[in-house]
Design a protein around this ligand. Structure first.
Ligand SMILES: NC(=O)c1ccc[n+]([C@@H]2O[C@H](COP(=O)([O-])OP(=O)(O)OC[C@H]3O[C@@H](n4cnc5c(N)ncnc54)[C@H](OP(=O)(O)O)[C@@H]3O)[C@@H](O)[C@H]2O)c1
Length: 252
């Protein structure tokens, strides 16, 4: 039976990934801070044919990430796929005079990913197989006003994966960066909800396929390729004018 650990499995994309893997009969490590919700997700996974294990975890806690990884590998009998999905949005708190808001985003979305994934790498190296997955974002290709921390965190993890990929290939470990555009989950707030969104279920079904195929960087859905291409081509002044019109106020 294949084994996958998912962070941020209590909601949105992480929950949808857990259910998609449950349908395939996987053993699934469900982690997040809200343990009560994880138990409900675990029951749904069982109903769909999966074997879930629940672990309460804050991805900012490196020691706890390590012990949860070790416990999951004991409970499940190994690891095939580790998905660093947990993440937070929110604005930088640009005028608050404090780095608290932006640092919380950077800590969760960058260090949370390395805390989650690094404990699995020695096992994957030894077994010469496995897949590491991070959920980056289309926001990693374009700076959004008031969201420097979020965009930067998503570039950072994509860059870490770009750096790791050629080295890990030697041990047939895949490093898959997934870059979603808007997906209908609680993280999408304020003016962003005006944009077309894919459902978390559709997104997860697609992500399970691309992880299996071992894509390097996957942008979802495909029209975002065109948007990213346009953003690269237009002059910076025009981009800044346009993006300020679209996201003129902080999204809290
Ligand atoms: N939805 C989109 O449009 C979109 C687009 C691009 C990228 N993404 C990325 O996709 C990932 C999943 O987001 P989502 O859209 O599914 O949002 P979501 O529904 O808000 O889910 C976020 C998940 O992360 C968990 N989480 C947050 N902080 C955590 C922490 N410190 N420790 C452990 N778990 C934590 C939350 O669980 P608890 O609160 O229970 O801990 C929750 O399960 C994020 O990395 C996000 O940046 C989303």
């Amino acid at each position: 039976m294949k084994k996958v650990l998912i962070t941020g499995a209590s909601s949105g994309i992480g929950k949808a990934l857990a259910l998609a893997y449950a349908k395939k009969g996987f053993t699934i490590g469900l982690t997040a801070r809200r343990e009560d919700i994880l138990h409900e997700v675990a029951q749904e996974c069982k109903n769909l044919g999966g074997t879930p294990f629940v672990y309460k975890l804050d991805v900012q806690d490196a020691e706890k990430c390590k012990s949860v990884a070790e416990q999951f590998m004991k409970d499940a009998g190994g690891i095939d796929i580790a998905i660093a999905n947990a993440g937070i949005g929110g604005d930088d708190g640009l005028y608050t005079g404090s780095s608290e808001q932006i640092n919380s985003i950077l800590n969760t979305n960058i260090l949370g990913v390395t805390n989650t994934l690094m404990p699995f790498i020695p096992n994957m190296k030894e077994q010469h197989s496995g897949a590491l997955v991070c959920i980056s974002s289309v926001a990693s290709f374009m700076p959004l006003p008031y969201h420097g921390g979020y965009s930067a965190s998503k570039i950072a993890i994509r860059m870490i994966f770009d750096s790791w990929r050629p080295t890990l290939q030697k041990y047939t470990i895949k490093a898959v960066s997934i870059c979603p555009g808007f997906v209908d989950t609680p993280i999408v707030k304020g003016p962003a909800r005006r944009f077309p969104m894919k459902s978390a279920e559709d997104a997860a079904e697609r992500f399970v396929k691309v992880i299996d195929l071992g894509y390097s960087t996957y942008i979802y859905p495909w029209p975002y390729h065109i948007l990213i291409w346009i953003v690269r081509l237009i002059p910076e002044r025009f981009y800044n004018w346009l993006i300020k019109k679209m996201f003129g106020k902080p999204i809290t």
